[in-house]
Design a protein around this ligand. Structure first.
Ligand code: FES
Length: 146
């Protein structure tokens, strides 16, 4: 069996929603301290719905495929639904990732959450802090720009 599914290869070679949103309503950037990969997500939000989303990922193929799939999964969705997106759901939508590449999908979950938190913070919107746990082991919020 091939190491990567056709969907992973498709989203890696033809990633959706690549780019930057100028004047984004929320921006989230996370990195993995072990591999050094970085993911940045930009959100345009209207009436609690994600109108547009773009990403820039400096990382491995699985991280790029995860970013692409994750942005497709949250586009047009309410923030509440985007907050529920797990890395497992991203990996499942890609028809699976090798076990040692699951951490790449974690970046997508965390970057989306960080972007939504940024939007809440910028707009003084109250939120349940428990919904925004610190990044999982091996992850950190890098300070450098991508
Ligand atoms: Fe770093 Fe995939 S190896 S995110």
């Amino acid at each position: 069996m091939a190491l990567y599914s056709e969907k992973v290869m498709d989203h890696f070679t033809n990633p959706r929603n690549v780019g930057i949103i100028e004047n984004a309503d929320g921006v989230g950037e996370v990195g993995n301290a072990v591999c050094g990969d970085i993911m940045k997500i930009y959100l345009k939000i209207k009436d609690g719905v994600i109108e547009d989303v773009k990403f820039k990922t400096f990382g491995c193929g699985s991280a790029i495929a995860s970013s692409s799939m994750a942005t497709e999964l949250i586009k047009g969705k309410p923030l509440s639904q985007a907050l529920e997106l797990t890395n497992k759901a991203v990996a499942e939508a890609l028809d699976g990732l090798p076990a040692h590449k699951m951490h790449c999908s974690v970046l997508a979950e965390e970057a989306i959450r960080a972007a939504i938190k940024d939007y809440y913070d910028k707009n003084g919107i109250e939120y349940d802090k428990a919904q925004f746990p610190e990044p999982k082991d091996g992850h950190e919020h890098p300070v450098e720009e991508v």
